[in-house]
Design a protein around this ligand. Sequence first.
Ligand code: AVJ
Length: 324
Amino acid sequence: MNNTKPPDFKTQFAEEIFKGLTSYPKKISSKFFYDERGDELFQQIMELPEYYLTGKEYQILLRHREEIGDAFASMEGFDLIELGAGDGKKTKVLLRHFEEKNFDYKYLPVDISKNVLEQLSASLQQEIPAVEVEPQQGTYGEVLSRLADYRDRKKIILFLGSNIGNLTPQEAVVFLRKISSSMDEKDLFFMGVDQKKEPRVILDAYNDSAGVTEAFNKNLLVRMNRELDADFEPDTFMHWPLYNPETGVAKSYLVSTKEQTVQINSLDLEVHFQKWETIHTEVSQKYDDTSIAWLAEEAGLEITGSWTDKESCFKNYLFKRTGS
Ligand code: AVJ
C-alpha cells in the first residue's frame, strides 16, 4: 500500500511534493514554479498588460533614480547586494545612473540559479561593462550569513519585484529579521512592494486573458510529470486565483475538475483528488504603509524613505536597522 513509508528523497522538490500532496489541504510552494520553463513563463508574465508590477517598479526607479542614488551614496562606497536578481532589467536603471555619477560600488547579484547569474553577468558585460560584478550563488540565507561578515564597506541590500509577497506576513517577519540582523548600523535595505489597490486590478494581474499565468501555475504539474515521473493531466485542473482586499492576500490554486487518482512513480505515491479539491500553489501578499510599518517594526527595521507612482500602485521603501 501507499503512504506507509516515505521514500528517502533525492531532491528537496521530491520531499516537499511528497509532504505537500499528502497533507490536507494540499499545497505546493511557489518556489518550485521556477524551472527553465517557469523562468520563461515568468518573463512572459512580466510583459503582460495585466501584470503591472514590473512596469510600475521600473518607472519608479527610472523617475527617482537621482534621489535613490543620493540616499545610497556614501564616501566609503558601497556593496550593492541584490537578492533574486533575475534578468536585472530594473536594477540596470540604477546601475546606469550610478555609473554616470561615478559612484564607487560593487554589484553582487544573488541567485540560486547559476544559469541566471551567468546570463546576468554576460548582459551586464555587454550593456554596462564598467560595473564591477561579483555574482553570489546560493540561497538568500546562505549568502546573507556569508555577507554579514562583510563589515568593511557599507552594504545596500536590494529586494525588488515584490518578491516579499511570496511569503506570508509571519514568514516575512522572520525573513526580514534575518536581513536586519545581517546589517550594520550604516547599511541599508531597499525593497519593492506591491500595494493594496482596486481588487479587480490585482485579480486580473494573476488571471491574464492570454492564459500565461494559468500555464505558469500548471507548469508545476508538468514539472512533476517530468521530474517525478507523475501522470498529471493538466487539462483536468483549473487555474483559480483570488484576492482578499481585507487581508491583502492574493492566492492561487489548482482545482481538480473531476475525481481522479494520480501516480507519482518516483515517490511511490498515489494521490487522490476529490472533485473540486484544491492544491494551494502561491501567495502574493499585498501591503500598504500601515502593514509595512508593522512589518518593519517587528523585524527591527526603520523606514528612512519611500518612492511610489502617481496612483500608489507600487512602492519602494528604504530601511535602516533600528537603534542606529
Ligand atoms: C515574482 C513573486 C513577485 O507574486 O506577483 C506572477 C510571481 N506569480 N504571476 C508575484 C507571479 C504569478 C510574482 N513574484
